[in-house]
Design a protein around this ligand. Structure first.
Ligand code: NAP
Length: 206
């Protein structure tokens, strides 16, 4: 069994979700509210470790721990800093490492999060699905970045996609999907204008 996975991302008109090594905010307030509505509907919000290291996101919707979805950090080598916002006590935290992570690091992280060891040099996202489902995480919001988006799309794990396009062009940067992959066809399921942004909804063809 696997959780239902929703990919949500904001990007520039030229398909970048950030400048390399930087956080860029593309969403307007309406788009942030739309994203928070999705966060309210899921059991977990998943991000890759580079997103944590660069953006230090909170991934919460409330100050009350019980109202926030679990934070799921895909972190092959256990690099998430102990003082990262995603490890604070405002939500249930899950750090997913590979067997490459040092045992002492797993021990340290276990004080602030549930640690799942899954995969050899990188996190095996396919195996992880079953593990999350068993833990009651049946609906997940995937919030990037580009490398994690690619792994999840490539493994056919994504069920629904929202892309908010901002009225800006930035040139080089982090792509919505980073790296080479086989083509995945999508079905357009909706177009909505919110303020100066356009939100596109797609279903991947299985
Ligand atoms: N605009 C938006 O909506 C939005 C949303 C999120 C992020 N971002 C931006 O995206 C950028 C970061 O994206 P990114 O592509 O560099 O990194 P990322 O996807 O956040 O993290 C990728 C890292 O996760 C680890 N990982 C472990 N197992 C993996 C697997 N199976 N598949 C993929 N990654 C795995 C790897 O690091 P290890 O080898 O160290 O484990 C990998 O380098 C930031 O600049 C951030 O601002 C933008």
């Amino acid at each position: 069994m696997k959780p239902y996975i929703i990919l949500n991302t904001a990007m520039s008109l030229d398909g970048r979700i950030a400048r390399k090594g930087e956080r860029v905010v593309f969403s307007n307030e309406l788009d942030k509210a739309r994203r928070d509505d999705i966060r309210k509907s899921v059991d977990g919000v998943m991000v890759g470790i580079n997103t944590v290291l660069i953006d230090n996101p909170k991934l919460t919707i409330s100050e009350k721990r019980e109202e926030n979805p679990a934070r799921i950090i895909i972190d092959g080598h256990g690099k998430v800093p102990d003082d990262a916002n995603v490890l604070n006590d405002k939500a249930k935290n899950i750090v997913v490492v590979s067997i490459d992570a040092e045992p002492y690091r797993i021990e340290e992280l276990s004080r602030k999060a549930s640690v799942i060891v899954c995969g050899d040099d990188e996190v095996d996202v396919v195996k992880l699905m079953d593990e999350l489902y068993k833990r009651g995480i049946k609906r997940v919001l995937l919030e990037g970045g580009g490398h994690l988006n690619k792994s999840m799309l490539e493994a056919n794990l994504i069920d629904e996609i929202y892309v908010s396009v901002a009225p800006v062009v930035i040139g080089d940067g982090v792509n919505l999907v980073e790296g080479v992959m086989d083509e995945r066809k999508l079905t357009l399921a909706g177009i909505r204008q919110i303020g100066d942004m356009v939100v596109l909804k797609y279903f991947p063809k299985k």
